[in-house]
Design a protein around this ligand. Structure first.
Ligand SMILES: [Zn+2]
Length: 50
């Protein structure tokens, strides 16, 4: 599967502690960045930002 097919699409998962979703973005030069969006109530996210 080509990574390009997944760019800018919301993918489920990415966090064991909440219903996070992941978004894959690219800068167009072959660099792919996977961003995980956590729920606001995510205990993992609370632990990181505390
Ligand atoms: Zn989370």
């Amino acid at each position: 599967m080509m990574l390009d097919e997944l760019v800018n699409r919301h993918l489920g998962g990415g966090c064991d502690d909440c219903g996070a979703c992941q978004t894959l973005t690219t800068d167009g030069a072959g660099i792919y960045v996977l961003t995980v969006s956590h729920d606001h109530s995510c205990p993992y996210l609370a632990g990181v930002t505390r």
